[in-house]
Design a protein around this ligand. Structure first.
Ligand SMILES: [Zn+2]
Length: 167
């Protein structure tokens, strides 16, 4: 998994690049390829919940979600690059909105998948089953959602390769 994401990103990056710079000097391309190849991709970094600055250090102390009590334990600083994980006290206060948005998105995807595979009808209990399945899914995904919302919260503030400190 870790290897696959950067490769995907690299391919799309190359195609974008060649589209935009057909007229420009081709000698720049190998350098761009080399730099984007060594950098883990944004999507890969988010999905693997790595530090936004180096995309190598883990954002959470435990790789596993168990024990649940330590689910949201984060190191004070990234073990690889030293990026602060909580930019200021209470930084993650607003993550409830992010996980709410993610939950609504997952519900929407569930509704589309359910609608195409099973179909909604007034004649059977399809709406009931849809609610049971999607709420069950949301409960199961909750630990992942809580972590992912913190990841998505930190990423816009910290650019790749730039350590950001509290001002
Ligand atoms: Zn880092």
């Amino acid at each position: 998994m870790h290897l696959a994401y950067p490769r995907l990103f690299q391919q799309s990056n190359n195609s974008n690049h060649s589209n935009h710079s057909n007229h420009s000097n081709h000698s720049n391309d190998p350098m761009d390829n080399a730099s984007s190849g060594s950098a883990p991709s944004l999507i890969g970094g988010i999905l693997s919940m790595k530090c936004p600055s180096c995309r190598k250090g883990r954002m959470f102390c435990n790789g596993s979600i168990f024990p649940l009590r330590q689910l949201l334990d984060m190191p004070e600083r990234c073990p690889v690059c030293g990026q602060k994980m909580e930019l200021e006290p209470g930084f993650y206060y607003g993550t409830g909105y992010v996980s709410y948005g993610l939950s609504v998105g997952i519900l929407g995807v569930c509704a589309v998948v359910f609608g195409y595979t099973w179909g909604f009808s007034y004649k059977d209990n399809s709406v009931f089953w849809f609610l049971c399945i999607s709420i069950g899914l949301l409960v199961v995904l909750q630990p992942w959602l809580m972590r992912m919302s913190r990841v998505l919260y930190l990423y816009p503030f910290v650019k790749y390769g730039q350590r950001r400190e509290r001002k």
